[in-house]
Design a protein. Structure first.
Length: 334
């Protein structure tokens, strides 16, 4: 009996030591993070706010010379409120926006290389990134933007990329899909079969449009179609203006279809077909220099960022992601 009690006591002792050690490590990390942040005032030029001039580590990626260029990835679905993983930041679009803002306020950055692999996403998120790139270029004379397309650069991703001075697509890139999408499910018949009834208290007949347990009326369908058409016209005008194409010509193929890289070049949607090195060389050419030194941004780890990402993590999003909500999208949905 004494032996069993002794073993139990040892077990609890080991668990207590493990818990105490874990707490100590977390407190140590927190202390290091505070010291590190306080020791890096140069990362916040001119005492700008954390959202205006986000803190990143700069890593020399490739190239050489005195001309500083930053590569900014735009990967996956473009949604600003994308859910984070347990130890991840929320959304590629969030990171891209923060990186663009950082580059905008760094006087040494002469160009951005936008590395795109995305089928698009939210219309507002796409427009915010487009405007941020425009703001980067306008902030200092002579700045340039080069977009390089990977597997997919469609719909909202293409919307963002038209801010670039030059677009280079890989030979196997899929691009295009110029259009607007809104989707939902109609579960009315299924609900009737399994006994689910809709109970909605609303202030007007159209307040619950796209309720999955109700049918759309003809009037509601026309309302939504008018909204989609208006936003589609904005997309078409943006492409026409930035790619120096007649609007009626863009509208002719802006019906959501996708294109190969070669077809996109023929249509004027893409400037050239090439690879990463070609994008770097083109950036140097546009800046009028022999070579460029390319940097990439990496997040600065802190204990507070770990706590924030953990607090955002929600297992339910694996089954009901925010991207499943009914919303207007510049997105190729496949």
């Amino acid at each position: 009996m004494e032996s069993k009690r002794s073993r139990n006591g040892c077990l609890w002792g080991v668990l207590a030591l493990f818990f105490a050690g874990t707490v100590a490590v977390l407190l140590l990390i927190a202390g290091i993070a505070v010291i590190t942040r306080s020791a890096m005032p140069s990362l916040h030029l001119h005492e700008q706010g954390a959202d205006e001039f986000p803190t990143f580590n700069e890593v020399w990626s490739c190239g050489s010379g005195e001309t500083k260029v930053v590569v900014i990835p735009l990967k996956g679905i473009i949604i600003m409120d994308g859910e984070a993983g347990l130890f991840g930041e929320a959304g590629s679009a969030n990171l891209a926006l923060r990186a663009i803002r950082r580059a905008t306020h760094d006087p040494d950055v002469k160009a951005i290389i936008l590395d795109v692999d995305s089928g698009g996403g939210g219309i507002t998120a796409s427009d915010v990134l487009y405007e941020a790139l425009e703001r980067f270029r306008d902030a200092r004379e002579g700045r340039k933007i080069v977009a390089v397309f990977d597997d997919v650069a469609a719909s909202g991703a293409y919307y963002v990329a038209v801010a670039a001075d030059c677009i280079i697509a890989h030979p196997t890139t899929i691009t295009g899909s110029i259009g607007v999408l809104i989707q939902t499910f109609n579960l009315k018949e299924l609900g009737q079969k399994i006994g689910i009834k809709d109970v909605t208290i609303k202030s007007g007949a159209n307040k619950d449009m796209l309720n999955p347990l109700n049918d759309l009326t003809d009037e509601q369908r026309q309302m939504l179609q008018g909204l989609v058409d208006e936003l589609h016209t904005r997309f078409v005008k943006l492409v026409a203006e930035n790619r120096d194409l007649p609007e009626n010509e863009v509208r002719r193929f802006a019906d959501g279809r996708i294109f190969s890289a070669a077809t996109a070049v023929d249509l004027g949607l893409v400037d050239d077909i090439g690879y990463w090195n070609d994008a770097v060389d083109k950036t140097a050419e546009l800046l009028g220099v022999d070579s460029v030194k390319v940097y990439r941004y990496e997040e600065v780890f802190s204990f507070s960022s770990l706590l924030r990402s953990a607090s955002r993590w929600n297992p339910a999003t694996a089954f009901f992601p925010k991207t499943s909500r009914s919303r207007l999208m510049y997105q190729w949905p496949f």
